[in-house]
Each structure stands twice: as C-alpha cells, then as structure tokens.
Design a protein around this ligand. Structure first.
Ligand code: BF8
Length: 660
C-alpha cells in the first residue's frame, strides 16, 4: 500500500521523513498517536461545571441526552462553539489592541524606534473616525486615532467605530437582529457569561451572541490591527519574495521570526540590515544575516519588506529540523510548545518575547516597545554568536519558490485604474460579464491531520481553473506561495480563459496574497467597496463570493468564519464539524444564518465536496443577481480593463502613493 504523505509540500515532506528516520518527533507523529476525542470533536462534551464533565452521547442523543443540569446536546454544542468564537476574538482582539497601544506610544514619543510610515492612511482612518486632521501635527492626529480605537475594546454601550464601514444593508441586518457589537471586551465577556452553567440555554440565542462577538473581531479588533499596522509600517504594495524551507542559507546566520504581531519583526528587519550587525556576523565567519518568517508574522514582514517565509503552522518544527536555524524568536499565537524541546536537539536558540507567551524550556527576552531596537540587537547577537555552534546534521532542503505578495485593499483599487481613477469597477464588470465567475477567500491554517497544505493546493488550482479569483491570507497564502502558486505565471498555466485574460491585463497572479489572518478584514472592506461600486449585490450578502478555510485548526478561524457569515459570506470549513452532535445547531449555522444574513458556516472534510459547494454558491448568487450565466470562455460585454501602459499614461506625474 502506498504510504500516505504527511505534508503535501515536497520539501516539508522530505524533512518529516528525515525526522522519522532519526526518531525526531513532530506534530505529524503526535497527530497519528493522538486521535481526536470522538465526543469532544462533535461538540457533545460539556465541561463548564463540576457536576460533569457530561458526555451527551447514545442512541438519539439529540432528543434524549441531557447533562446533569438538563442541558441538551444543542445547548452544549452551541455553548462550546460560542466559546471558541470568544477565544478567537480575544486572541485577534488582543493583537489589535497591542497595535493600537503601539500607535499611541509612537504618537506620545514613548516608542522612538518606530514611526508613522503612512500618513495618508492615518488621515484616511482619522476621516472615518470623524477626527479632524487637516493642519494638525501628525502625532496629535495619531494620538486621537489610537485613543478612539482603544475605546472600541472597552466600550459598554453604543457601536464599535468601524461598523459604519459595512454596507448600509449589512448594517441594517445586524441592527434588526440586535448583533451590532458594543465593545470587543464586552462581547467576549458576555459570551463567557452566557455560556456558563445555568445561563443561556437557547442555541439560537447563544449563537447570535456568538455572531455579535465575531463581528467585534472582524469589524473591530482585527480591522484595527490591519489599519494601524498599515499606518505604522506602511500599506502593502506588491513585492517579490520567496517561500518554503529552502530559504535558509548555509553560509549565513539564519534567524526565524514566528508568531503574529509585526512590532518585533519590523525592528528585526532593520537590525539585520544594520552594517554593524552584518560586520559582526562576518567576524564570526558568516557571510551575512538571513531573516525568515513563519506563520502570520511572516506575512506581515513579507508584504512590507519581501522577507521570505519558511512556511505556515506545520513547518515551524521542520524549520528547526533543517539544522540551519541559529535562533527562532516568537511573539504570540500559533507557537507549538514542542519547539522548546525540539530546539534543544539542534543548536537552535528558542526565544520567547511576550509576557503572554512563556514556554517551559525557552529563553525569555521580554520585548518592550520603548527599547525595541536594543532588544532586537540583543536577539540578533545571540543568533550570530550561535553560528559557530552549527553542527552537521539536519535535513537541508533547497526548494523555494518566487512569489508576489502584498495586495492591500488600496493597491487592488489602484491597480484597477490608477490613483485618480482607481475603483472596483473593472472587477465588478469582469464578474458581471462572466470572465471572473466569482471570488473566493482561501484562508486559514494548515493542519497535520490531512496531508498538510494539500487541501489549499487542490482548491487553489481547481478554483482558478474555474475562473474563480482567489484572495488569500494567513497560512493558506504561504501554502500557495511555497509551491509557486502566487505568481502571474500561475494564471498562464492553470487559470480558466476569463480569469487568465483579467490577470494578463492587470499583470496580477490569479491568487492575491492579502496578508496575515487579521488582514482577512481587507476582504471585508474590498467586499464593501464592490457592493458600493454597483452592478452586483448592494450588500456583502448575495455576492458571488465564498470563504474557505479547508485546514483550519485555531479557535481564531471560527471567529473569522462567523464574522464573514454575519457579513453575508457563506463559509466552508474543512475537517469534521465541531457541532455535528446537534442537527439543530448545524441548521442554525447554515439555513437560519443564511436567511438572516445571507452567510453561513458549513463544515465539510471532503475537498471535492468543498469545491462543488463553493461553485454552487457562486452560481446561485450569479443567478439571483441575474448576471450572465457562467460559461467558460464565453463572456458578455464589459468595459476594457486598464492595462499597465494605460495606467502609466495617467500617472506620468510620478509614482502614486496608494495610502489614500
Ligand atoms: O493567524 S498563523 S496557523 S491561526 S493561519 Fe492559522 Fe496560520 Fe495560525 Fe490565524 Ni495565521
């Protein structure tokens, strides 16, 4: 029998196999040994009080099983799922909060190593927040923006600031169903409150508050993160980079920055390029310093500086197993505790930097934003000093692929007409004419329970063959980039005729890298702009658009799925359903949510079925909008897309700034 691959990326699979041969355990081995608990997996285990844990199983459990308190399967499954949403929202929310406080520190002069890079974007955000900016010092505006955004976390009454960025009709649906979030902290706390023993037992009511909590993430915490990060470090524009485990260099000091937040990563980019540091590395026998990223921190610095990515979630252990990594430094989120023990088997130093993330066996160097450069230098020196300790061994691979990253909302608008005529008109027209069948957000983690990254690869190719434009983020975009899918050439090779024509005309890949997981909010603002542009749906719901997270593993992914569903996007998550114990909960999250918001959250492990469901949603949305029926290679009339030459013609005056 043919052996099933652990990883769908050949370079990663090679290292996993090397690990097996050398008795080095990875998440793939642990996934084999640790089968999911069959009760917890379906959402039927209640452990919120000490009369239990109660296992709500047995014949016809949905109708008959009860916990000691009398809670039904539907109540328990809904509570469990709502708690996942709250945890994911807390996590991405804290990321946004940290960014907002960094902006405040910069504005008040407490974080001297950082500065405001995109003043135009700061003004744009100030405008949205009704903060006066004309004629005022930049730092004063930044302080007011940061202060107003920080209020979004602790607000007790009213509405979060960015709610008004959603299309009017989408907002109306939220108001009608009373799910406009007040403040992120309040919604998270209320989810925990409602789902504790003796509280809300109505699955619909519990899940509606789950949606409110998720919106506080998508149109709140995560959106704050995206916008403030652009203000501080620059709004992304397309940039060339590379990805996969072959990014490490044999003759240089290799440092991996892993996690989610960009502060430490940004300052490391500066420090590893400091001539003094490079000279120090040379004095230790290395030719230079090579910084690589991992998971979503990688996406942050890739799309702003072209820093290469070593991969997503399942590559974190494998990167150390190359034997080439002098130091891995982590900030927050998605960091496997196994790294500390694994690093000790090699010469790699493993450094934690956040008060919120301490790992037994790791060295802790506390990151403080008011001493950012000093700390980054300390970490870089540790890596350089460790270069001479590199031993023979490890599984070196050379595979790496070029890619283009950094498609922000602002750039996508610009590429469709230039600074002065930028809009979403050409994309809407291409969809209306049937050149582009629809748009899919292919997002989320990679997962050792399937051949890791394999579902992303399969869906990416099949969707673009079907003329579906993909916007991608998080580990999904790295999965695509690590096999060469984030290039314009990908369109020539695989895209259907309509999508290929669009990609050729604009000079873009058929899969657009939008950034990290918090940057899924770029998809929300793009969808809102498409609705405002006209010709398609006048709200996000009803667009020929679907979200897919085929290999999700994190609670954060449930929060993301739910804010998309509440915004009007049907979402299909891979893997077994965490609410499958209850048909009622499954019905609420699909049929009821679709009726109320035109979005839904499905769980479907079979990638072929995910593809079929996606195309079905897209085609039904096209039919409901009375758009031309999609037929490959047969297009309706539409406006001519602007090519590069036409755009250059308009912008002879010079390179535009896309921050506005
Ligand atoms: O932040 S890094 S494993 S959780 S997809 Fe998933 Fe990847 Fe984590 Fe989202 Ni991004």
């Amino acid at each position: 029998m043919e052996k099933k691959a652990h990883h769908a990326n050949p370079a990663s699979e090679k290292i996993v196999e090397w690990g097996e041969a050398n008795q080095i355990e990875t998440c793939f081995d642990r996934a084999q040994k640790m089968k999911p608990c069959p009760i917890g997996e379906t959402g039927a285990c209640c452990k919120i009080c000490h009369m239990g844990p109660c296992r709500l199983v047995g014949k016809d459990a949905e109708a008959t099983a009860k916990g000691v308190c009398g809670a039904s399967v539907a109540t328990v499954a809904a509570r469990n799922f709502a708690r996942m949403i709250a945890a994911g929202t807390a996590c991405h929310g804290d990321h946004g909060r940290d960014m907002a406080f960094t902006l405040l520190a910069v504005a008040e002069g407490h974080a001297k190593d950082f500065k405001i890079t995109d003043v135009r974007k700061l003004y744009r955000i100030a405008g949205i927040l009704d903060i006066e900016f004309e004629g005022r010092p930049v730092n004063d505006v930044a302080r007011d923006v940061a202060t107003k955004l920080i209020e979004d976390f602790g607000r007790q009454r009213g509405e979060m600031n960015f709610i008004k960025r959603a299309p009017q009709k989408t907002q109306e649906r939220w108001r009608k169903w009373d799910i406009v979030p007040r403040g992120l902290d309040r919604e998270v706390a209320e989810t925990l409150d409602r789902t504790t023993m003796g509280m809300d037992a109505d699955p619909d009511s519990i899940l509606m508050h789950g949606l409110r909590t998720a919106i506080s993430n998508g149109w709140g915490g995560s959106m704050i993160s995206t916008e403030v990060t652009d203000v501080l470090f620059g709004t992304p524009q397309p940039v060339k980079a590379e990805a996969s485990l072959g990014i490490f260099k044999e003759d240089e000091v290799n440092i991996v920055i892993h996690g989610h937040e960009p502060m430490l990563a940004e300052i490391l980019v500066e420090v590893v390029n400091d001539p003094e540091m490079i000279a120090y590395a040379k004095s230790k026998g290395a030719k230079g310093i090579n910084l690589g990223g991992m998971c979503c921190t990688a996406n942050e610095v890739m799309m702003r500086h072209g820093i290469p990515s070593a991969g997503g979630l399942t590559n974190q252990e494998l990167s150390i197993m190359t034997g080439l990594v002098e130091l891995m430094v982590v900030d927050v989120q998605c960091i496997m505790p196994a790294l500390a023990g694994l690093a000790k088997k090699f010469h790699t130093k493993f450094i934690t930097t956040s008060k919120k993330v301490k790992i037994p066996g790791a060295q802790h160097i506390q990151f403080e934003e008011d001493r950012a450069k000093e700390i980054a230098k300390e970490i870089t020196k540790l890596a350089i000093d460790n270069y001479s300790n590199r031993k023979k061994g490890g599984s070196h691979v050379t595979d790496k692929y070029p890619l283009i990253a950094g498609f922000s909302h602002e750039y996508i608008e610009y590429m469709q007409g230039g600074r002065y005529r930028g809009s979403f008109r050409p994309l809407n027209d291409a969809i209306m004419a049937g050149r582009v069948r629809g748009v899919v957000g292919l997002v989320g983690c990679d997962n050792p329970r399937v051949p890791a990254t394999g579902l992303h690869k399969y869906l990416a190719v099949e969707l673009i063959k079907n003329d579906v434009l993909i916007v991608s983020s998080g580990c999904s975009s790295v999965a695509c980039g690590s096999v060469g899918y984030l290039t314009p050439e990908m369109a020539m090779e695989y895209a259907g005729p309509g999508l290929r024509e669009v990609c050729e005309a604009i000079g873009i890949p058929p899969i657009l890298h939008l950034g990290s997981c918090v940057d899924n909010t770029r998809i929300l603002t793009i969808a809102a702009a498409m609705a405002a542009e006209g010709g398609l749906s006048d709200e996000i719901g009803g667009m020929p658009a679907v979200g897919i997270a085929p290999e999700w593993m994190s609670e954060k992914a449930t929060a993301i799925a739910c804010y998309f569903a509440a915004s009007g996007v049907p979402v299909i998550m891979g893997g077994e359903s965490p609410v499958s114990a209850s048909k009622e909960v499954t019905r609420i999250m699909t049929e009821v949510w679709f009726e109320r918001f035109r979005g839904a959250v499905h769980f479907e492990p079979d990638p072929e079925k995910i593809l079929a469901m996606t195309l079905d949603y897209i085609d039904k949305a096209r039919a409901a909008l009375k758009l031309k029926k999609y037929e490959p290679g047969k297009f309706g009339t539409e406006k001519v897309l602007m090519d590069m030459a036409a755009r250059r013609e308009i912008e002879k005056a010079g390179r535009p700034h896309i921050g506005l």
